[in-house]
Write a protein that binds this ligand. Structure first.
Ligand SMILES: Nc1ncnc2c1ncn2[C@@H]1O[C@H](COP(=O)(O)OP(=O)(O)OP(=O)(O)O)[C@@H](O)[C@H]1O
Ligand SMILES: [Mg+2]
Length: 464
């Protein structure tokens, strides 16, 4: 700690108590004390009487004692400041101190022993205060090409979605946000882009890809290990705590990708696999307890406790991602070497602007000679093998009930209304409604009011 840092720290403390910054005389007294001078030497250096210097010094020690809740005097001033610095670093400095440069932000400092000093929402939205940022993004995929619309912004095609997510995370400080959508629609890509844009707003940013076996215990251990290792680097005195304590203490962004791996195949969407049910109470805790962390859940299926919440006012949010717009879709087709043709827009529309499907079909068309779309009827839906594989993976997860409802919908050439579906005579109404809800949460069917339809690509797949 150097003199400049000490003066800044004392100035903050004095300002917090008196509303006034240090004057020249006070600064010179602090400097003399820091350099081990006695009152006589300081008085001589500042050309004032020793009594006056002592009086001003005593006032300063009194202010500091009151502000720090411990006795500060000329003789222990250096030790008090050094202790305070260590304490600030280890307890709550990250909101106020830039590590290594000790950059206090002019905010009122409180004694370090006051608990829960910075409850959630106290920090201003979009706060730009510098934080000691710890990031584990080793599991975050690299961003590929991200197509834009004619506006010129490289990421324009997802700009509204990015803005919505930023509002939920940074301004509304929502604790749980789901990004749902069919495979290949661009959930992970969008989240990577988001993390790159907002990661500096957080003290901790961690990306976890949920594998086929990722129990809550394993997940918690992994995070606790990361937190405790990072804290040790900042403050060797910190003891390991429970995960929720870390999430309460620090502003964190935790991204959990491929969260569908927590749920059972052969069941309606969002039913935890045996042995994974304790995630339910974990997410419940995240929803109800006061903390500073945002969980971003990404996957084909979402926890029911998240998808069930639909009210505008809640802090649990779901973004159902839809396809890219025509301009961005055209960029993909162009990038895959397809010659521009009149029916490009129709092609993008048929594949719902799903970038993975567009890439897949563009590759097939290119590989077999390019002019293919002109040889086939306009409404042809090609199903390249990799696209079929992707659909199969998702269909394999469906319950028997959902498969039955998909077959019903596949037979219809147009939208079908709920009344007609209920008259099918095979599936009891309650089962039918549950299946429709589940398919809709998986984004496999489209709903317009009480009318339902199957995605054209899926309809084609079902007809094979
Ligand atoms: N805006 C975009 N512009 C161009 N390509 C994109 C865009 N978004 C996604 N992609 C591409 O589409 C493919 C699928 O994207 P991504 O992996 O993000 O989908 P996903 O929804 O996460 O799929 P899954 O659910 O299977 O994990 C990738 O090749 C990706 O590069
Ligand atoms: Mg993904």
């Amino acid at each position: 700690m150097n003199l400049k840092e000490v003066l800044k720290l004392v100035d903050d403390l004095v300002f917090a108590r008196t509303g006034k910054h240090l004057n020249d005389l006070q600064e010179r007294i602090l400097q003399g004390t820091w350099e081990d001078g006695d009152y006589k030497e300081i008085a001589k250096a500042v050309n004032r009487s020793e009594d006056r210097v002592r009086e001003v010094g005593m006032e300063l020690w009194q202010i500091l004692s009151q502000e720090l809740g411990e006795k500060v005097s000329k003789s222990n001033f250096r030790a008090s400041m050094e202790r305070l610095q260590v304490s600030i670093f280890s307890h709550f400095a990250q909101d106020y101190v830039q590590i290594n440069t000790v950059n206090f932000c002019g905010e009122i400092l409180h004694p370090p022993n006051i608990p829960n000093l910075y409850p959630p929402n106290q920090e201003t939205a979009n706060s730009k205060q510098t934080k000691a940022s710890h990031q584990d993004l080793s599991e975050m995929p690299k961003l590929g090409a991200f197509y834009d619309s004619p506006s010129g912004d490289r990421f324009a095609s997802r700009t509204p979605e990015l803005e919505t997510l930023k509002t939920w995370i940074l301004q509304e400080r929502c604790p749980l946000i789901a990004i749902a959508g069919i495979s290949g629609i661009g959930k992970t890509t969008l989240a990577v882009q988001l993390v790159q844009q907002i990661k500096d707003e957080f003290e901790y940013v961690i990306w976890c890809s949920i594998g086929a076996s990722h129990t809550l215990d394993e997940f918690e251990d992994k995070l606790i290990q990361f937190f405790s290792q990072s804290e040790k680097l900042d403050s060797p005195a910190t003891k390991p705590k429970s995960l929720i304590k870390y999430l309460q203490k620090h502003r964190c962004l935790l991204v959990l990708d491929d969260i569908h791996n927590l749920f059972s195949s052969g069941e309606l969407a969002g039913k935890y696999k045996p042995g994974y049910e304790n995630y339910r109470s974990f997410f419940k805790q995240i929803e109800t307890l006061s903390h500073q962390t945002c969980f971003l859940l990404i996957g084909w299926e979402q926890p029911r406790e998240v998808t069930q919440v639909k009210s505008q006012n809640t802090h649990i949010k779901t973004l159902q991602l839809t396809g890219l717009d025509i301009a961005a879709g055209r960029e993909i087709l162009k990038d895959y070497g397809l010659a521009e043709i009149e029916n490009w827009d129709a092609l993008i529309h048929r594949y719902q602007g799903n970038p993975l499907w567009l890439k897949s079909v563009a590759t097939l068309i290119r590989d077999v000679g390019g002019g293919l779309t002109e040889l086939l009827p306009d409404d042809t839906i090609l199903l390249p093998e990799d696209l079929k594989d992707s659909l199969q993976q998702q269909c394999d997860r469906l319950s028997e009930l959902e498969k039955q409802v998909l077959s019903l919908l596949a037979k219809e050439s147009d939208l079908i209304n709920l009344k007609k579906l209920l008259e099918n005579g095979k599936i009891p109404p309650s089962d039918l409604l549950n299946a429709l809800q589940s398919l809709s949460r998986r984004c496999l069917i489209e709903q317009q009011g009480s009318f339902y339809t199957l995605l054209p690509v899926l309809k084609q797949y079902m007809s094979l």
